[in-house]
Write a protein that binds this ligand. Structure first.
Ligand code: 5XR
Ligand code: SF4
Length: 304
């Protein structure tokens, strides 16, 4: 039996669902029950009442959020070494240091943080809703971590003071996109629309026709009348963009833009994790309770 068939069979037997982030390998996206950004996926998991096991093909912090929001389900991270380096950049001590300096200022944390850090914030956000969340807060200054590019973008968009914690946090994959490469592609394809993730640097964002998260890029590409797009985010998203928009062309803005951690997940590892029900992600309840509050506050502030 093919590996994909074995996974599909096991999923049924064990009442498991497979969730894949937009940056996963194409063959994983193809057999996933849902493909999306981490928060879309965590919400799907909450709605799948029948599911007993969630195989979350992504990185550590995403599986943690799923575990926090689905305490009664078993959440498996197929490759336990898949850790987001940006999430590691913000320690609890760093948050405490900034909170001591600005005791009255709310702390907004990108979901790309570990649960222990989330437990110390007021509200979480994603790259899709950072601007909306900061606007909704009754404060002119906020502490924001760990991505300093997303902080800067949110500051530009909201007109509020968004202080990055730490001052330098970044995504190594999105840092690979540089204006020279994007400009060369724009010159080669003058009719193409440039979509840029807000984790990219300011020059990239300034050149962009559209700045948004992975889920927002998918929506934008679908609704746009353009036929060609240059895309500045991790290469995995291009599989989904191409699949959902058969008549349109998608070009990666830098050819080696790969998140090595996302790519640690393979069909083989998904199969083994599911078969042995191993690499269970758990978050101790006191931390989970605090982090859940911050995630729920995000849902509350973005509810239409
Ligand atoms: O950089 C990421 O890990 C991806 C992404 C996205 O746009 O999907 O930035 N994730 C964040 O928005 C967090 C929620 O998924
Ligand atoms: Fe972390 Fe960047 Fe990889 Fe997303 S793409 S998981 S932010 S390193």
């Amino acid at each position: 039996m093919e590996l994909t068939d074995k996974i599909i069979k096991l999923k049924k037997e064990k009442k498991a669902i497979l969730l894949a982030h937009n940056y996963q390998r194409p063959e994983i996206q193809e057999i996933a029950d849902y493909v999306g950004d981490s928060i879309e996926l965590s919400r799907k998991a909450v709605n799948e009442k029948e599911a007993e096991i969630i195989v979350f093909s992504a990185v550590d912090f995403m599986a943690e959020s799923a575990a926090i929001l689905n305490p009664e389900k078993k959440v498996l991270l197929p490759s336990p070494g898949a850790r987001c380096p940006m999430a590691q950049m913000l320690t609890v001590d760093e948050i405490k240091k900034w909170k001591a300096l600005y005791p009255l200022v709310p702390v907004v944390l990108y979901v790309n943080t570990l649960a222990a850090a989330k437990a110390y914030c007021d509200v979480c956000c994603t790259s899709a809703n950072a601007v909306e969340i900061i606007e909704a807060l009754n404060a002119e200054t906020v502490l924001f971590g760990p991505d300093h590019n997303l902080a800067e973008y949110a500051q530009e968009k909201t007109g509020k003071t968004v202080l990055p914690i730490p001052e330098w946090g970044f995504c190594p994959t999105h840092l690979l996109f540089q204006p020279e490469d994007a400009q060369a592609l724009k010159t080669q394809h003058p009719e193409a629309v440039l979509m840029v993730h807000p984790e990219c640097n300011a020059e990239m964002r300034r050149m962009a026709d559209f700045v948004g998260s992975t889920s927002q890029m998918c929506r934008y590409a679908k609704e746009s009348s353009a036929k060609k797009f240059i895309v500045a985010t991790e290469e995995g998203l291009l599989h989904r963009l191409r699949k959902e928009n058969p008549g349109k062309e998608f070009i990666l803005a830098y050819e080696d833009a790969v998140c090595p951690n996302m790519k640690l997940n393979t069909l083989e590892r998904i199969y083994l994790a599911l078969k042995e029900e191993k690499h269970v992600v758990t978050v101790p309840e006191p931390v989970a309770r605090q982090a859940r509050k911050a995630l729920e506050k995000m849902f509350e502030l973005t509810a239409k």
